[in-house]
Design a protein around this ligand. Structure first.
Ligand code: ADP
Ligand code: MG
Length: 165
């Protein structure tokens, strides 16, 4: 099942991330795909807020560091693979250890290491339309994450809709 949300500003994209963040209570991995400037990091800023990461932490793309981590209700690991040299680099950065810590893992540019050991419960795809608004599609793998999406899009105030069965 695929759901779609539509946002018309950076703040709305952030709110959507926060909305999802609030609903997360168990470890989850999320892939964020879409062009540069599509709103992936903006979404993660909201996600961090929804996971109660203190406002003192300012979430930016970990383009050069590859991984940033933040303390929240669950630990948040934000990865940006855009400048990853090779998949081996993730091993050096301790990806197995991070997976074992049972937090929320969000990955920008997941396609850079497609087919690798990272598996995603949710896949989000950000698209910019000709008016510079964003359509964000959500798909889940597994029952638990499918239920999470059902709940997210059924909530009052949710801007999304079911796009496909
Ligand atoms: P990415 O991480 O995908 O490269 P960023 O989140 O860093 O993108 O930057 C996206 C930019 O687009 C930010 O300035 C953000 O405020 C803006 N933005 C996000 N969503 C929307 C939207 N729906 N409409 C207009 N601007 C948006
Ligand atoms: Mg980014």
């Amino acid at each position: 099942m695929i759901f779609e949300a539509f946002t018309q500003s950076g703040d709305e994209t952030r709110k959507l991330g926060e909305f999802l963040g609030k609903m997360i209570s168990t470890p989850l991995s999320i892939a964020l795909s879409g062009d540069l400037g599509a709103g992936k990091t903006t979404f993660v800023q909201g996600l961090a807020r929804g996971l109660d990461v203190p406002d003192a932490y300012y979430v930016t793309s970990p383009t050069y560091t590859i991984i940033n981590d933040y303390p929240g209700r669950l630990p948040l690991y934000h990865l940006d693979l855009y400048r990853l040299g090779s998949p081996d680099e993730l091993d050096y950065l301790g990806i197995d250890d991070i997976i074992a810590r049972k937090g929320v893992i969000v990955v920008e540019w997941p396609e850079i290491i497609a087919g690798n050991s990272l598996r995603y419960d949710l896949e989000l795809c950000f698209r910019t339309d000709r008016n510079f608004n964003r359509t964000i599609s959500f798909s889940a793998s597994g029952l638990e994450s499918a239920n999470l999406l059902q709940k997210l899009f059924a909530s009052p105030g949710s801007t999304g809709k079911k796009a496909m069965e």
